[in-house]
Write a protein that binds this ligand. Structure first.
Ligand code: CS2
Ligand code: MG
Length: 408
C-alpha cells in the first residue's frame, strides 16, 4: 500500500478553509485541515507546490517517519505555515490509519478517558445587556462554560465582540473580506482595564458562581498590565485568562504569576513545543491553547500534551470557526483520549460550512463527542466545496488611540 494522490482543496463557505486530501493506492481517503486564517494560500502552496510530489509513493502507515521527514527534511524549522502543512498531512495519515483499522481515531490514541468533552462557547455583546443575553442563551443550550468578551465604552468594534445584536449564536467571523487591506480597529488598554472587572462582577451577580467563565486578553496587555488584570479579576474565579500578554515573551508570565492565582492559558499562535518550553517547565501557564491544525498535527500535539501533563498542565485546544471541522474533529479525538484534558473551545460552524464538511461529532448538555465512525469522522463533499470560491480575507490590524500599531 502507498499514497497514490495528494490534493489541496480551498473552499470558502462563509470563510476560507484549506483541506488536504490524501488517497491511498487502495482508495482509502484521509483528510487534513491546513487552514491558517488570513494566510490560507501560503499553506495551500506549501502543500501543492512542495509536499504533494514528495508524498506520492510513500507508505501511508509510516506516520512518525513522514512527520520527521517533513519537519527535518525541510531544513527550515517551525513557523505557522510549515507546521500547518505538516499538520494537514499528519491528520490525513491518522484518518487513513484509523479507517483501515475500522475504528474511531481516539481508540488508536489509548481509548476514551471520559464519556464526553466539556466545551465552552463564545458569549459576547457590545454592551452588558447583549452579553448577558448571549450568556443566558448559551446556558439554555446546556453549555457549562462560556468565554465572555464585551465592548469597552468609548471604543468602537474591538476583538471578540459580535455586532450581530441580541441572540444566542453570533456568527462572529474576525477575518474581514475587505479587499487587499485588513480592516483597522482602535484600542485603549487603560479603558479596558478599568472596565472589565465590573463586567465580571455583574456576570457573577446575575449568573452565580457555578458557570465557568473564560476571557481572552488576546495578547493586548503588557506584562504588568496583565498582572494587574489577573489580580483584579481573582474574586470572579475565572476558569482561565487567555493570552494575557504576548506569549512568545515566555518569561513575562513570571510577573503575572507573582501577582495572581488566576489560571492562565496561552498558545494559539504557537506552532511547536519549543514555544512552550519555559512556560511549561516553570509552570507559568495552566492550559495549552494550541490547535492541532497549527502545531504539526496529532503526532506533535500528543507529544506536547504528554509533556505538559508531567507539569500538571492541561489541554485547552483552540477551536474557533477558522479551524475547520476536520481540525475540530482531530482535537476531539485527542480530548477524549488524553488524561490531562482541560476544556475544548467550540464555536459552531455555519450551515454552509456543514454542507461542505459532513461531521459526525455530537453535542449534548455542554459536552461534545467525536463519534464512533472509523477515522476522524469528517468527510469533505468536493462538489459542495467547489461552489464556494476563495475570497481574500484578513484579520484586523489594531491601533492605539495615538495611531501606534498594537496587538489585535
Ligand atoms: C481567538 C481566535 O478563539 C480564540 O481564542 O483568539 O478566535 C482568534 O482570534 C482567531 O483564531 C484568529 O483567526
Ligand atoms: Mg484566543
Amino acid at each position: 500500500m502507498s499514497i497514490a494522490s495528494v490534493d489541496v482543496i480551498v473552499t470558502s463557505p462563509g470563510r476560507n478553509f484549506v483541506t488536504l486530501k490524501v488517497t491511498t493506492s487502495d482508495g482509502v481517503v484521509g483528510w487534513g485541515d491546513a487552514t491558517l486564517n488570513g494566510r490560507e494560500l501560503s499553506v495551500a502552496s506549501y502543500l501543492s507546490d512542495h509536499l504533494a510530489s514528495m508524498l506520492v509513493g510513500r507508505d501511508e502507515d509510516r506516520i512518525e517517519d513522514t512527520w520527521q521527514y517533513l519537519y527535518r527534511g525541510a531544513y527550515w524549522r517551525r513557523g505557522p505555515v510549515t507546521m500547518a502543512a505538516i499538520a494537514a498531512v499528519d491528520m490525513a495519515l491518522w484518518d487513513i490509519k484509523a479507517k483501515k483499522a475500522g475504528m474511531p481515531l481516539y481508540q488508536l490514541l489509548g481509548g476514551a478517558s471520559r464519556d464526553g468533552v466539556r466545551v465552552y462557547a463564545h458569549a459576547s455583546g457590545t454592551d452588558f445587556a447583549a452579553l448577558s443575553n448571549a450568556i443566558a442563551g448559551y446556558r439554555e443550550l446546556g453549555f457549562t462554560a462560556v468565554r465572555v468578551q464585551t465592548g469597552v465604552p468609548g471604543l468602537g468594534q474591538i476583538y471578540g465582540v459580535s455586532a450581530a445584536g441580541p441572540g444566542v449564536r453570533y456568527d462572529y467571523e474576525p477575518a474581514k473580506r475587505s479587499g487587499d487591506r485588513p480592516a483597522e480597529e482602535q484600542w485603549d488598554t487603560r479603558q479596558y482595564l478599568n472596565h472589565m472587572p465590573g463586567v465580571f462582577a455583574k456576570i457573577r451577580e446575575e449568573f452565580g458562581t457555578d458557570l465557568r467563565l473564560l476571557h481572552d486578553g488576546h495578547h493586548r496587555m503588557s506584562p504588568i498590565e496583565a498582572a494587574r488584570f489577573a489580580k483584579d479579576v481573582e474574586p470572579y474565579d475565572l476558569f482561565w485568562l487567555e493570552d494575557a500578554t504576548p506569549g512568545e515573551d515566555q518569561t513575562a508570565l513570571r510577573l503575572i504569576r507573582q501577582h495572581s492565582t488566576t489560571p492562565l492559558a496561552i498558545g494559539e499562535v504557537f506552532n511547536t513545543v519549543y514555544d512552550y518550553q519555559t512556560l511549561i517547565t516553570e509552570r507559568l501557564i495552566d492550559y495549552v491553547r494550541s490547535a492541532v491544525t497549527h502545531t504539526g498535527g496529532i503526532t506533535a500535539m500528543k507529544k506536547l500534551l504528554d509533556f505538559a501533563a508531567i507539569y500538571g498542565i492541561r489541554s485547552g485546544i483552540h477551536g474557533p470557526t477558522d479551524i475547520s471541522p476536520v481540525g475540530m474533529a482531530a482535537a476531539l479525538h485527542l480530548d477524549l483520549a488524553i488524561h490531562n484534558f482541560g476544556i475544548q473551545e467550540y464555536m459552531p460552524h455555519n450551515e454552509q460550512t456543514l454542507e461542505v464538511f459532513r461531521t459526525s461529532f455530537t453535542f449534548d448538555k455542554g459536552f461534545l463527542h467525536p463519534g464512533d465512525q472509523p477515522g476522524l469522522g469528517v468527510e469533505l463533499d468536493e462538489d459542495a466545496a467547489s461552489a464556494f470560491e476563495y475570497t481574500k480575507a484578513y484579520l484586523p490590524v489594531n491601533r492605539l488611540l495615538d495611531g501606534t500599531v498594537h496587538d489585535w
